[in-house]
Design a protein around this ligand. Sequence first.
Ligand code: SAM
Length: 284
Amino acid sequence: MILTNIGTVKEILSRHGFSFSKGLGQNFIVNPDICPRIAENGNACKGFGVIEIGTGIGVLTSELAKRAEKVVAVEIDSRLLPILDETLADFDNVKIINEDVMKCDLRRVITDEFDGLRVAVCANLPYYITSPIIMMLLESRLPIESITVMVQKEAAQRLCAKVGTRDSGAITVGVNYYGTVKKLFDVSRGSFMPAPNVDSAVIRIDLGSGCRLDEKSEKFFFSVVKAGFSQRRKTLANSLASVMGIPKEKVYSALSSLGLPEAARIEQLDMEQLIAFSAALSDK
Ligand code: SAM
């Protein structure tokens, strides 16, 4: 069954009485070039178990299952289950978990389902929760080697920006703290059914190469980062005073110990400076 053939997709969906849910970010891929490229660039290969988030009708799932040892796919919408029974009938290495990925115990999934395999995540993410899903995957420190995901083009720009530039955000710091990120390729809106109002891009995050602070310092670091970026146009002294209640004098003193001006804003600090600033601030 060719799941990128628009006629086939329409026939399956109408036979099952399925209507797209905008709220769940349901835009399914119908461009045949995209899913093989995600799978090939996303560690879907021998020796790997792949976690997919959001199956739709299984177009990416089947490309992953052709290449990886096993695929565990988490899909929130139970209306898709009978469709997946049909579209994935040829594969005996796919397990579907009907759950909200934000509530799913992925550590348990990895232990129970992947039996010593290396692990990667591949997905065409639902856009309404792109950042929470990526941050959850990073912060949970699961034994995952890579996260290869399609996101909105603007989100890809933010994720792949350089820390310390205007395009960066809290999530940019997050991915650079836990690993390295790069954009793989762009995907036009016409590659989906229904077509969204925005273009997309596929990015890959490789984990394991990032920084490692102790638990307390890490928590403080991310509080500072989130507070700073929540009011990114303000100076650090103003944003940290208003969000975290830190006296401005303390912020000035931490900044000056690093040779940074009192008027510094969070988007002007690179990764090294951010970590040093957070450490200096927690010592004050
Ligand atoms: N992988 C399919 C494809 O590429 O055609 C579908 C991608 S579609 C952009 C996103 C999918 O994620 C939908 O199937 C949607 O039902 C599912 N989804 C949305 N929110 C979810 C959540 N919180 N947990 C798990 N799946 C979710």
